[in-house]
Design a binder for this molecule. Structure first.
Ligand code: PGA
Length: 272
């Protein structure tokens, strides 16, 4: 079956924005693009390096990739993956860990070598966190950088767990992988997963903006009216550390936004 086509495409200062009928169509199209990128990158340079995201948004994308794999059209045999983030502290075996999420939705279902599937380690001792973050960035670099980064967008505009911050833009564009504190909006949005806000970890490890923004392609997925304001601020507001999604504009035409009509509704010329 051919991948769904967008019902609308916009070019916002060189950034491509694709709006699909609904999130299901958008996720199928995203899975198709990722599968195609893996095939062509492996054909060209013998391997592909993917930056992966968790959360509710990309679940159907992973389902689409698993289906491609089961149909014999996609192998992860030459793929390495680096996830954006993990709660801290967090055991990889905890049902709430992002390692468990990835195992359930992708890693256990495809032919990806376990030693090439990287998720930040939520068990690293406190005193080693900064050094561990620097190592994570070095591992990505040693693989030749990310061929593709898949991203969701928080309601507060966060990418990975790079939360809104009081930083100058130049610093915000170069942040390393590091320990962070979660923003109250992020804690509130994770409450459902943890059985209440009080049970949500207040800290996390996140891939930094430097590695994210260096990816050769960046695919940002956002669905639903609750993301509309963050999408509009990211794409049309000032480029600022207060809206981490706006920092993606520094990556220009390497970025594609994949939206449903609700998430796109506050973009100029779309709503109404
Ligand atoms: P969600 O989270 O996919 O669960 O909405 C997105 C994000 O916070 O990056």
């Amino acid at each position: 079956m051919p991948a769904p086509s967008p019902t609308r495409s916009l070019d916002l200062d060189g950034t491509s924005v694709l709006i699909f009928d609904d999130s299901a169509a958008a996720c199928l199209a995203a899975a198709d693009q990722i599968a195609e990128l893996v095939r062509s990158t492996v054909a060209q340079r013998g391997k592909a390096v993917l930056g992966l995201a968790t959360g509710g948004t990309p679940v159907p994308v992973y389902k689409g990739l698993v289906e491609e794999h089961r149909a014999g059209r996609l192998s992860f045999g030459e793929v390495s993956t680096f996830n954006l983030d993990e709660y801290y502290p967090m055991s990889p075996l905890d049902p709430q860990s992002y390692r468990t999420y990835m195992h359930r939705h992708l890693f256990s279902q495809v032919d990806l070598a376990p030693n090439r599937a990287h998720v930040p380690d939520g068990t690293v001792p406190e005193s080693a966190l900064e050094a561990y973050g620097a190592s994570y960035d070095r591992w990505i670099e040693a693989e030749g950088g990310l061929d593709l980064q898949l991203l969701g967008l928080g309601r507060n505009g966060h990418i990975g767990f790079n939360e809104p911050a009081d930083l100058d833009t130049e610093t915000a564009l170069k942040l390393p992988t590091r320990p962070v504190s979660l923003h109250p909006t992020t804690v509130a949005d994770a409450a459902g997963d943890f059985g209440g806000e009080a049970l949500v970890p207040r800290r996390a490890l996140t891939m930094g903006t430097a590695s994210i923004l260096s990816a050769r392609r960046i695919l940002v997925l956002a669905f639903g009216a609750k993301k509309a304001e963050a999408v509009a601020q990211s794409l049309t507001g000032p480029m600022t550390a207060q809206v981490p999604g706006s920092l993606l504009r520094s990556a220009g035409d390497r970025v594609t936004w994949v939206l449903d009509p609700e998430a796109a509704s506050q973009l100029p010329g779309v709503g109404g």
